[in-house]
Structure formats: structure tokens, C-alpha cells
Design a binder for this molecule. Structure first.
Ligand code: FES
Length: 135
């Protein structure tokens, strides 16, 4: 008889804001915005999900990216971590490395990466994390 084992293959979801400001060549002309998403997907592989979203309401921090914890880490109390002004491949690579190390609740942020963490806006609906998931 097969036993029920939690699927540990499910990892983090990275939500990359792409709307009016994030991803805008007019706002940040020197950034390869599409390339950022390709770079993340290549670095994280199929274990992690990379998706885009509409405006996350912190446009002054464009480009914004949110890392949601693994389901296991979320159950243990981890919450999404928001990053702002992600305009440099070095920052993007640091975020990818942290996600691969476990992400929210499972891996420590480096002091340098801490500088890119931003406060998320207040959720529109109590009990959500602002990116469509229960908080
Ligand atoms: S477009 Fe990303 S926060 Fe507004």
C-alpha cells in the first residue's frame, strides 16, 4: 500500500511585476526587462515557478519582484518577501540563488540582498498577501 508523502518537489513561486512601471523601457531604458524573466527561469529551472503579474501598487519601487515561500515553509509561518528596484543582473542572480537555497523561511537573506527588500503595500483584502494568495 502506498503511503501519502508530501510532495517536496513543489518549491517557491516568483512573481515578477510587469505592468505600467515594472518592465517599462520608458521608465528604465537600460534594463532588459524580458531578459530578466528569461534569466530567472533559466536560473531556477522547473522546480520553481516564475510568473508575471499586473501592477502590485508599489510603482516607485519598479521593478518589483515577490518571492512566495514553498507550501511547507508557508505552513511553518514564512511569508512572501518583496524586492524593489530590481534593475541589475547581480541583484537578480542573488535573488535566484536565495530562492534555490530555500527562499522565505528556509534560507537567510544576505546583508546585500536585505537592502533590496521592500515593505509590501497593505493588502486590499485582509488575509491576503497582495499577490493573490492567502497571507
Ligand atoms: S507596475 Fe509594478 S508596482 Fe506598479
Amino acid at each position: 500500500m502506498a503511503s501519502v508523502v508530501e510532495d517536496e518537489r513543489v518549491e517557491c513561486t516568483v512573481t515578477v511585476c510587469r505592468d505600467c512601471c515594472c518592465g517599462s523601457p520608458a521608465k528604465h531604458p537600460g534594463v532588459d526587462h524580458d531578459g530578466q524573466i528569461e534569466r530567472l527561469r533559466a536560473a531556477l529551472g522547473p522546480e520553481h515557478r516564475v510568473r508575471t503579474s499586473l501592477c502590485l501598487d508599489v510603482c516607485a519601487q519598479a521593478n518589483v519582484l515577490v518571492v512566495q515561500p514553498t507550501p511547507e515553509a508557508r505552513r511553518a509561518g514564512a511569508r512572501p518577501v518583496w524586492f524593489g528596484l530590481v534593475l541589475d543582473d547581480l541583484v537578480l542572480d542573488d535573488i535566484a540563488g536565495w530562492v534555490k537555497a530555500g527562499g522565505p523561511g528556509r534560507a537567510e537573506l544576505s546583508a546585500v540582498l536585505e537592502l533590496s527588500v521592500i515593505t509590501p503595500p497593505a493588502p486590499e483584502r485582509p488575509g491576503t498577501d497582495g499577490v493573490g494568495n492567502p497571507g
